[in-house]
Ligand binder design. Structure first.
Ligand code: B12
Ligand code: SF4
Ligand code: SF4
Length: 388
């Protein structure tokens, strides 16, 4: 690398080369510390709004120089993904389906973006052989959104998403820190204006203010937990098996935006909207074969199965009672038995009541015993109402 090199020209060439690398948008951020974000992250933590999935070291999150010696710029990329299925299968009684969020359709975006960034890295090293680079997608220490915002990829919406004028918020983000001093871009204008549609539409009120998420109440987070979910959240999950798209679906900036140019990101409808009942009995092998390539697999089989059990309860699917009853009796995971007890209480009827009764004589986990008692009471109260 020499001082005489023309970095503006290299940037121009980089922008021109990006589409051939499968990158939809590219921008440059300076590698200066993210001091405003630091304040935000400290307050976010103090208010107990973190999800626990973030990098815990706030210094690392906000100081690129902690991640690479003498970084000079950060190349931010965005890759657009589909928001619509071309032929979505329909839920029908006895054949109800769950849904994965769009961010988990197609191949896991971590791999897709990493490949794009590796191509970019190869290209850069051809131009500047001794340059240093560090790639990050989601699991890196930096805030991908703060980098993208600074690099002019999009503005930070009230739904927290980075919204690009071209692709809406249906974009994955990634970045590369480098010691090449590429000239930085400017952030773009925030176009949310007076709109509050996303905040009003959030099913759990998790958007506690513009761009402020209480992660613990966000359905996307809840679907990714492995624990017993409070009953009021079980209702809110609906048939979501992984993630939540509500605050993006309602956003007017996403109207008519559906990006299908990347083949590997297109959904297989049977994976993105799978039948619920077969999920209850799937083996580890079947789980890997069906969901293993998706970003929805990172927490393993249990959360998806728990959410499928809950979805059947939300659909009040009578044809699932036998399967749920068997889970209640035999599944070694108490989180699954707890969800099955809840769902049987929602579905109600004599068959459900009989399974609950049977399980009450066998169960020893307090969480499940509590769910069984509530379900039995719910069914009794419902049956009483029907008679009167
Ligand atoms: C932890 C995490 C989660 C957590 C917490 C999300 C959150 N909003 O904090 C959970 C599990 C809930 C989650 C859910 C989702 N996630 Co997520 N998640 C992350 C992760 C790993 C860290 C995010 C983080 O640090 N949050 C803490 C907050 C405080 O910081 P931040 O969001 O990074 O920074 C912004 C805010 O601070 C905001 N802000 C703060 N104060 C204020 C005030 C105002 C007025 C405004 C306007 C903004 C604002 O400005 C910063 C810059 O935009 C990132 C990857 C990464 N390494 O950055 C992906 C990431 C943010 N997730 C992503 C996605 C796609 C999602 C989901 C849409 C998935 C889904 N369909 O279910 C949902 C969206 C939920 C939502 N409304 O945010 C994408 C976002 C892409 C985009 N276009 O914005 C990322 C960047 C992954 C990626 N590489 O593509 N996620
Ligand atoms: S992802 Fe769903 S639950 Fe989370 S903030 Fe958006 S609408 Fe609310
Ligand atoms: S719904 Fe409205 S307020 Fe929310 S992100 Fe979209 S434009 Fe901004």
């Amino acid at each position: 690398m020499t001082d005489e090199q023309d970095w503006s020209l290299l940037k121009e060439e980089l922008l021109q080369a990006a589409p051939s690398m499968g990158i939809d948008k590219i921008g440059i951020a300076s590698a200066d510390p993210f001091l405003d974000l630091k304040e935000i992250l400290i307050r976010h933590r103090e208010l107990g709004r973190e999800s626990g999935f973030e990098e815990p070291d706030i210094e690392k999150r906000t100081h690129p120089e902690r991640l690479m010696e003498s970084p000079k710029s950060i190349i931010a990329i965005a890759v657009a993904y589909p928001s619509k299925m071309s032929s979505p299968p329909k839920s029908e009684p006895g054949k109800y389906r769950g849904i994965l969020s769009r961010s988990a359709w197609g191949e896991d975006y971590h791999h897709v973006l990493r490949r794009r960034l590796q191509r970019l890295e190869e290209w850069l090293k051809e131009q500047v052989p001794d340059c240093r680079t560090e790639i990050m997608v989601d699991t890196g220490a930096l805030s991908d959104r703060a980098v993208a915002e600074r690099a002019g990829i999009g503005w930070s919406g009230k739904n927290c998403a980075i919204i690009t004028p071209e692709y809406g918020s249906w974009v994955y983000l990634g970045e590369m820190i480098t010691d090449i001093p590429l000239p930085p871009d400017k952030p773009i204008l925030d176009e949310c204006g007076d709109c509050t549609i996303c905040i009003d539409a959030c099913p759990t009120g998790a958007l506690v203010g513009p761009g402020q998420l209480h992660a613990g109440s966000c359905v996307s987070f809840l679907t990714q937990t492995k624990t017993v979910l409070p009953d009021h959240f079980k209702k809110k999950i609906g048939n979501r098996l992984y993630g939540c798209d509500t605050c993006q679906i309602v956003c007017p900036k996403n109207k008519g935006k559906n990006w299908t140019q990347h083949e590997e990101l297109r959904p297989d409808p049977e994976v993105a909207k799978p039948l619920l009942k077969p999920m209850l009995t799937m083996s580890n092998k079947q789980f890997k074969e069906t969901f293993g390539a998706s970003a929805a697999a990172w927490r393993g089989k249990k959360p998806l199965q728990r959410n499928a059990v809950i979805a059947l309860g939300n659909f009040k699917d009578r044809s699932a009672v036998q399967l749920l009853g068997q889970l209640l009796m035999d599944d070694p995971r108490y989180e699954i038995r707890e969800a099955a007890a809840w769902s049987l209480g929602e579905i109600a009827g004599e068959e459900a009541a009989s399974w609950i009764n049977k399980a009450q004589g066998k169960e020893d986990r307090p969480e499940v015993l509590e769910a069984l008692a509530k379900a039995a009471e719910k069914i009794r109260a419902g049956a009483g109402k029907e008679k009167s």
